[in-house]
Structure formats: structure tokens, C-alpha cells
Write a protein that binds this ligand. Structure first.
Ligand code: BES
Ligand code: ZN
Length: 457
């Protein structure tokens, strides 16, 4: 292992140049005009995977963006890791808030700034470098490895479940490894043992055939913008509890030990509030901030559109109003069930004065694992070596829909070892990645494969 570690420690500058090349490709999966760039990024990853010694590297077409596959299966008898990551990124707008261009990775104060630096290209690349170090120094890996990289994670992974289902036997493995999560805070490496799920939907209201003069018609017809606001305010009570009937039926209660353990985490609510610039923290009564974000479901409005929003004023009754909304789910809520309950409730509370359309968009199941699983423990030891520090076991409020799919379809546990930091602006302007976490992460990943090799199947 020492030769692998030496290899990594002497190649930091080269790693940075290579990662900058990956980050230069604007692989924004949500925007059709970037389809070619997404493909170019898949090809970049495939070439890099061939270069570091992976075999059977190829792109699998899907109805959307391709899945990149590669493997190395030269360790008979040893465990097989199925590595998952994503090479697509979120859009960059508002682009004028970026201090350096989003696709020209720039180092400032030990942080690498670019779209995808943390989520998820930097973390995928960290594993490329760990694999490369083993292959270049030893000509082999201590474990078997299958890698799949997705190009649609940021748009809901619509085609990935089918891909996993159609390639069940090729994807057979012992454990899934994913680096697409974060550390609890700077200097506190973490293993994530729970993720929230998601239901996303759009509400469209129409009041009249066209916009109307608000003087001539105001008072006689419903205003869809106002009706939309009324509908939305019926989603939660004053205590922040969601009013959709049946919504909480399958919510697994927080265990007392978990609540106690979270109270001991180094979480500073005052600092959290200040860093966010929030005048006050709010949420469901009876739960702490960590409990609200990690273990309780939510209802959020993600976007609103209606009427006149330009400069100045316009006396108009808008014909239509639209809201994008989402619900984060926790074990054991089921996205299909929740989507149905939501739709029924919206239909019930919406007045007859408007036409209503509810369109369901993507979603994903929540996930949680026991952390006494031997692979999770192996990851704990690897982090100790790579970061020189004890890892924390945390849950995350975000979602990675495929993790539940891996459990259900392939019967595989997942190890979520991520190096993003909560203040690294994933999905926002000036996304960045701490380079010392990246270098430690390459070491920890290389050690992780070795540790997993030692787990008896
Ligand atoms: N890397 C995130 C998941 C994540 C978010 C992990 C926060 C840890 C903390 C991932 O790329 C992501 O953003 N997922 C989406 C999934 C959605 C589009 C189905 C999310 O959580 O919004
Ligand atoms: Zn991600």
C-alpha cells in the first residue's frame, strides 16, 4: 500500500491539471443545447477510464444521456465494488454571480472553483486517481471493480432504474461505493447512512382564456395567482406540519439513540443561521435543525410564475399561474403513494373557479442503512487513514435516487463516502472543492479498496 500512497502524494499538480480539463466540459444535463457537451464529457470519462487501466469501457445509450461503464475483474475471490457517480452538472445561472467563469476551474485559497468541482466530477475523479495509483504501481486492484457513471443524476435519473434492471447480472457486486455526498463540516470527514427521497410536481392553474384588464374584470373572476397562493398556504399548518392527509403514515420515527447522538454533534445553530443569512430558523415544531433536515419530510415551493413581473406596474389579472413544488421524503415513505396523496389533496383544496393541472415530475425513494455493516466499517478505517481522523456517521437531506434502486434491484448495500462541504455551493454560483479534502480523499479511496478487499464476503 505504501507505494500506492507515495504515487498519490507525488502527483498533486498533475491531478489538478487533469481535473481542470474535466471541469472545462459544460455537461449540463438539464439544457438541450448542451447535449453534445454531455456526450463529450461521457467520452472524456471513458478515455480516462481506459487510460487508468479499466477494461470493457463503453458508453451505453439510453433515451437520455449515456451511461459510462468500465470494469476490472482480475481479482477472483475478492469482493466486487460497484462504483457509481455522475458526470452531469447543474446549470450555472445566474452566471454574473460567479467570481470566475464556471467552466474555467480556478484555484483561490486552496479551493478549486468550477461547476461540478464538488458535485460530482471532483469526487468521481478522486476515484479515478485512486484506481490509477493501484494499477500503475501494482498492475492490479485489490478488489474487482465495476464503474457506472450517469449523465442524468441532476435531472432525476429517469433512465437509470431501467438500465440497472436491464443489466442486473452484469452489475452483480458485493457493495456499492458512491462519493456524491458531503462532510459534516470542514475537518470532519463523514460517512452518510441515510438520504431523503423526493417527489417533484408542477401545479398549473388557468382562470380565463387570456389575461384581463383588472379594472374591467377585477371582482368578477378568480385570479389564478391568488388562488395558487391560497392552495400553497394550505400545505402546512402553523407548526410546519404538512396537512396532506396520510402524508405521515409511513414516516419512521427517529430513534432515541439517534436523537441523542445528533445532540452530541458539533453543530452550531447560531453560526448555521448566520452563514445562511437567515433572519430566523423555522421548521416543524418539536424537532431540531438536524432532525428537520435529515429525518423529517418537507414540502417546498421551488418556483412560482404568474402575471406581470417586469419593472413598473401593469393592471392585469393573469390568465395562468404555475408553481413547481417538491417534497423530501424519509424512510419508509413511498414516492408513488405520496404523489397520489398530494394530487388528491390539491384537487380537494383547489376552488372550482380555476382549471387545475397537476403534473408529476421525477422522484426517488429515501434510503437508510445500518452502519454496523462490514463495508461501512471498512470505509471508516479508510477515512481514518486518508484524513488522519475519525469519521462521523451522518444522514443527509439531499437525494441520490439510485441508492434505493441498488438496494432493491441488486440487493446491494451502499457506502456513501463524500468529501463535499456544506458551504461549497453545490447547485449555486461559485461551487468549489477544498483541494486538501480532494487529496486526502484520493488516499482514503485507495485505502478503501484495500480495506474492502479484506472484508469476508
Ligand atoms: N450530490 C447531490 C446529493 C446530495 C445533496 C448529497 C445534498 C448530499 C447533500 C445530488 O447531485 C443531487 O443534487 N441530487 C438531487 C436529486 C434530485 C434531482 C432527484 C437532489 O437532492 O436534489
Ligand atoms: Zn451530485
Amino acid at each position: 500500500m505504501n507505494n500506492v500512497i507515495d504515487f498519490i502524494n507525488t502527483r498533486r499538480d498533475r491531478y489538478l491539471d487533469e481535473l481542470k480539463a474535466l471541469l472545462a466540459i459544460p455537461s449540463i444535463s438539464a439544457l438541450p443545447e448542451h447535449k453534445g457537451d454531455v456526450l463529450r464529457c461521457a467520452e472524456w470519462c471513458a478515455n480516462e477510464m481506459r487510460r487508468i487501466g479499466l477494461e470493457n469501457v463503453r458508453l451505453f445509450e439510453t433515451p437520455g444521456h449515456p451511461v459510462v461503464y468500465g470494469d476490472w475483474l482480475g481479482a477472483p475471490g475478492a469482493p466486487t465494488i460497484l462504483f457509481y457517480g455522475h458526470y452531469d452538472v447543474q446549470p450555472v445561472d445566474p452566471v454574473d454571480l460567479w467570481e470566475s467563469p464556471p467552466f474555467e476551474a480556478t484555484v483561490r485559497d486552496g479551493e478549486l472553483y468550477a461547476r461540478g468541482a464538488a458535485d460530482d466530477k471532483g469526487q468521481v475523479f478522486m476515484h479515478f486517481k485512486a484506481i490509477e495509483a493501484h494499477m500503475k504501481q501494482n498492475g492490479r486492484l485489490p478488489v474487482n471493480m465495476k464503474l457506472i457513471l450517469e449523465g442524468e443524476e441532476e435531472v432525476g435519473s429517469a433512465n437509470l432504474d431501467a438500465f440497472v434492471r436491464d443489466h442486473q447480472s452484469e452489475l452483480a457486486a458485493d457493495v456499492v461505493v458512491i462519493s456524491d455526498t458531503g462532510m459534516f463540516e470542514r475537518g470532519v470527514p463523514s460517512i452518510t447512512y441515510g438520504l431523503r427521497g423526493l417527489v417533484y410536481a408542477q401545479i398549473d392553474l388557468r382562470g380565463t382564456k387570456s389575461d384581463l384588464h383588472s379594472g374591467s374584470f377585477g371582482g368578477a373572476v378568480a385570479n389564478p395567482a391568488y388562488v395558487l397562493a391560497q392552495i400553497l398556504t394550505q400545505m402546512k399548518d402553523r407548526g410546519g406540519r404538512i396537512k396532506i392527509p396520510g402524508f405521515y403514515d409511513d414516516v419512521r420515527a427517529l430513534r432515541e439513540e439517534e436523537r441523542e447522538a445528533w445532540k452530541r454533534l458539533p453543530f452550531n445553530e447560531k453560526k448555521y443561521k448566520k452563514d445562511l443569512g437567515a433572519p430566523k430558523l423555522v421548521g416543524e415544531t418539536g424537532y431540531s435543525t438536524l432532525e428537520r433536515t435529515w429525518a423529517r419530510p418537507t414540502f417546498e415551493v421551488n418556483g412560482l410564475l404568474s402575471g406581470f413581473t417586469g419593472e413598473g406596474s401593469k393592471t392585469v389579472i393573469p390568465a395562468v399561474a404555475m408553481a413547481k413544488v417538491s417534497m423530501r421524503l424519509v424512510p419508509d415513505q413511498d414516492p408513488d403513494t405520496i404523489a397520489k396523496l398530494f394530487e388528491e389533496y390539491v384537487k380537494k383544496v383547489a376552488p372550482r373557479s380555476v382549471e387545475l393541472k397537476v403534473t408529476r415530475m421525477h422522484g426517488g425513494k429515501p434510503w437508510m442503512t445500518d452502519f454496523d455493516n462490514p463495508y461501512v466499517q471498512a470505509a471508516g478505517r479508510a477515512i481514518r487513514t486518508g484524513f488522519g481522523q475519525e469519521p462521523l456517521f451522518i444522514r443527509e437531506g439531499g437525494s441520490i435516487p439510485v441508492v434505493a434502486t441498488f438496494q432493491e434491484i441488486l440487493g446491494l448495500p451502499s457506502v456513501l463516502f463524500g468529501i463535499g462541504l456544506p458551504d461549497e455551493n453545490a447547485h449555486a454560483p461559485n461551487e468549489h472543492l477544498d483541494l486538501s479534502n480532494f487529496y486526502n480523499g484520493v488516499l482514503a479511496s485507495a485505502v478503501l479498496y484495500q480495506e474492502i478487499a479484506g472484508v469476508t464476503k
